[in-house]
Write a new protein. Structure first.
Length: 278
């Protein structure tokens, strides 16, 4: 599932306004309904960010892989729940009813507010937890970053990655100033963890200057990474990969400039191009 966005593309020092296909990202709250002592009980299992579609297969596979069920036939029915919301008019809640809870400890499989290295919200059990956002929009007058610095950001990022040079299998986030100086870089196998480490370190050391700095990330930019940047009033984030639809919508809502597909000679500007000096 994808959607078209208006994008400003810089390539070989030429700007073009184009339509670009962006993968849709939406949260899915997964719930479980089962009987305990002949009484129906409902539990929030998890929330995951996903591309909408085949949600019934997603929750079925999740239940089986987590060994909440031992056989797919234990699923009595699967129902979409909640109102159709958002720009895509889809339901973001789903419930599976299982007919066999014998010898199954449901509490064991609930992953309340746990995170893993690849998904910062996986495990949170309410969609409400995704809305811990700012109330005010960022000031659009800063930072102002020259396009040449932005084009260099992937190489600046790689040059700072000591672990990546050894393993080739690790992500990084860097805080970079308007002169192209790398203020700090942190690495982790998870994109979200790398950014959390960077934010934690730079706040501890009082290194953040929102007027003249931006964050570069090694992977694609999704909702959670943009959310983390907004919490520190970061006005511009650049990723070497593609942003998701929810990341673009969030950046637009709160005034962040979002760049994707940043390479040596090109990048896409998805929101607020006025911060980019051409």
């Amino acid at each position: 599932m994808d959607i078209k966005y208006n994008v400003t593309r810089l390539k070989n020092n030429k700007l073009d306004d184009i339509k670009d296909s962006v993968s849709v990202e939406e949260p899915l709250e997964m719930n479980l309904k089962f009987k305990v002592n002949d009484k129906w009980q409902e539990e929030n299992l998890s929330i995951t960010m996903r591309t909408p579609g085949n949600d019934e297969d997603l929750i079925s596979g999740f239940l089986f892989n987590e060994r909440i069920i031992l056989n797919i036939n234990e699923i009595e029915k699967i129902e979409k729940k909640g109102e159709k919301v958002g720009d895509y008019n889809i339901q973001n809640k789903i419930e599976a009813t299982i007919n066999n809870t014998k010898n199954i400890d449901i509490a064991k499989f609930k992953r309340n507010f746990l995170t893993n290295s690849s998904c910062g919200v996986c495990g949170k059990t309410s969609l409400d937890t995704l809305e811990a956002l700012k109330s005010e929009k960022l000031n659009l007058s800063f930072p102002k970053i020259n396009k040449e610095i932005l084009l260099k950001s992937p190489s600046l990022l790689v040059n700072e990655q000591s672990e990546f040079s050894k393993t080739g299998g690790i992500h990084a986030s860097s805080l970079i100033d308007s002169n192209g100086n790398v203020v700090a870089t942190k690495e982790d196998v998870g994109r979200h963890n790398a950014l959390d480490k960077l934010i934690g370190y730079t706040h501890k050391k009082k290194l953040i200057d929102n007027h003249s700095q931006f964050i570069a990330c090694s992977g694609r930019l999704n909702f959670e990474l943009v959310q983390k940047g907004l919490m520190s009033n970061i006005g511009l984030m650049a990723g070497v990969g593609a942003p998701t639809s929810l990341a673009i919508d969030l950046a637009k809502r709160f005034g962040m400039t979002l760049l994707g597909f940043v390479k040596e000679k090109s990048f896409n500007i998805y929101t607020y191009k006025e911060r980019v000096l051409l």
